[in-house]
Design a protein around this ligand. Structure first.
Ligand SMILES: NCc1[nH]cc(CCC(=O)O)c1CC(=O)O
Length: 327
C-alpha cells in the first residue's frame, strides 16, 4: 500500500516545500546556501527556498554591541518567523544563538565546525608583527568583551577600540587606517573566501574562542519531526558534542549575553576536554579551568566546569559586569 521511500529519505512528503530563514548579511547567506546545498544533494525531491529577514542586530549599527546586551539580537525575527510558520528553519552562526531558546523551538542540528579560533588581521605595514610584537599603542579593533578582556590581560600596552559592521565594513575600516589590526573569527573570513587576510591564528594561550564559534546551528520548530529528520542528516556529531559542552557551560553561568567568557574544546575519541575562562572587562581578573569527561555526557562536562569556576569566584566577576551594564 505505501510506496517505498528512498533509503536516505525520511518520512517527508517529497512535495513539501521547506522554507529556510536567513539574515541578509553576506556571511549569513553563504552559510544558509551552504546548508541548503547540503540538504538539496541529500534530498533532491524536496524544494528548499531561502527567505531573508533583517534582525535587530543588523539594523542597530551605531551602538556598541556590549552596550545593547540584549539576547537574541541576531535571531529574534527569525524565531518569530518560525513560530508564525513563515519559515521552517533558520541557519545561525551558533555563537549568535542564545543558550536558552524560545518555547516551541529547538536546536535541531549542528554542522561541522570551521577553525573556531580568533584571527589577527593586520595593516600592510605590520606584516612583520604577531599579536605579541605590535608596537605599544597599536590600535586593535574588536567588538567583543571576551576578546577585549583577554587582550587587556596580556597586552596592556595596546589601545583597544570598538568596531562594528559586517566583515567587509570592518576590513575597510582597517584598510582606511582607523585601526592597526583587528581580531576576527577565523571561520567568518574562511567562509567568505578571505582566508588570505588571516595573519595569525591566535593560540589558546592568547585567546579562548566564543561558545559555538565557527559552527552553524540550525533551529526549527520542536514539533516538526519531518524537518528535524532532514536536518539530522547533515549534523556533525563531534562538533555537536563539543558545542553542547560549551553551551551548557555558558548556560550554567547565565552568561548568554555579551560577557567575557571563552572556551576551548578538544575531542580525543570519546574523551572531551573543555577549558573555560571568565574574565573581568578590564582584564585584571581572569579565571581559567579545564574539565575532562565523556563526550556522551557533554553537557555534564560544561555544567561541572561552570560549578568549578563559580567556586573560584566567577559569579562575582559576572555580577560586576551585569551591574555595570545596567548603569
Ligand atoms: N558576532 C558576529 C559574528 N558571528 C559569527 C561570526 C563569525 C563566524 C563564526 O564565528 O561562526 C562573527 C564575526 C566575528 O566574530 O568576527
Amino acid at each position: 500500500m505505501t510506496q517505498t521511500q528512498a533509503t536516505d529519505s525520511p518520512a517527508i512528503h517529497s512535495t513539501r516545500t521547506v522554507r529556510i530563514g536567513s539574515r541578509k548579511s553576506q556571511l549569513a547567506l553563504v552559510q544558509t546556501y551552504w546548508v541548503r546545498d547540503q540538504l538539496q544533494q541529500r534530498f533532491p525531491g524536496i524544494t528548499f527556498e531561502v527567505h531573508t529577514m533583517s534582525t535587530q542586530g543588523d539594523n542597530i549599527l551605531d551602538v556598541a554591541l556590549a552596550k545593547i546586551g540584549d539576547k537574541g539580537l541576531f535571531t529574534k525575527e527569525l524565531e518569530l518567523g518560525m513560530l508564525n510558520r513563515e519559515i521552517d528553519f533558520a541557519v545561525h552562526s551558533l555563537k549568535d544563538l542564545p543558550t536558552n531558546l524560545p518555547e516551541g523551538l529547538t536546536l535541531a542540528a549542528v554542522t561541522e565546525r570551521e577553525n573556531p579560533a580568533d584571527a589577527l588581521v593586520v595593516q600592510e605595514k605590520y606584516k612583520g608583527c604577531q599579536i605579541d610584537t605590535l608596537p605599544a599603542g597599536a590600535v586593535i579593533g574588536t567588538s567583543s568583551l571576551r576578546r577585549l578582556a583577554q587582550l587587556r590581560h596580556l597586552f596592556p600596552q595596546y589601545t583597544l577600540k570598538d568596531v562594528r559592521g559586517n566583515l567587509n565594513t570592518r576590513l575597510a575600516k582597517l584598510d582606511a587606517g582607523e585601526y592597526d589590526a583587528l581580531i576576527l573569527a577565523a571561520a567568518g573570513l574562511q567562509r567568505l573566501g578571505m582566508s588570505d587576510r588571516i595573519h595569525q591564528i591566535l593560540p589558546a594561550e592568547v585567546s579562548l574562542y566564543a561558545v559555538g564559534q565557527g559552527a552553524l546551528g540550525i533551529e526549527c520548530r520542536a514539533d516538526d519531526v519531518e524537518v528535524i529528520s532532514l536536518l539530522k542528516a547533515i549534523e556533525h556529531i563531534p562538533t555537536r558534542d563539543r558545542v553542547l559542552a560549551e553551551r551548557a557551560f555558558l548556560r550554567e553561568l547565565e552568561g548568554g549575553c555579551q560577557v567575557p567568557i571563552g572556551v576551548h574544546t578538544q575531542l580525543d575519541g570519546e574523551t572531551l576536554a573543555l577549558t573555560g575562562l571568565v574574565a573581568s572587562v578590564d582584564g585584571q581578573q581572569l579565571l581559567k579551568d579545564t574539565v575532562i569527561g565523556s563526550a556522551n555526557e557533554a553537557e555534564q562536562v560544561g555544567i561541572q566546569l561552570a560549578h568549578s569556576l563559580r567556586q573560584q569566584g566567577a559569579q562575582e566577576i559576572l555580577d560586576q559586569i551585569f551591574v555595570a551594564a545596567r548603569h
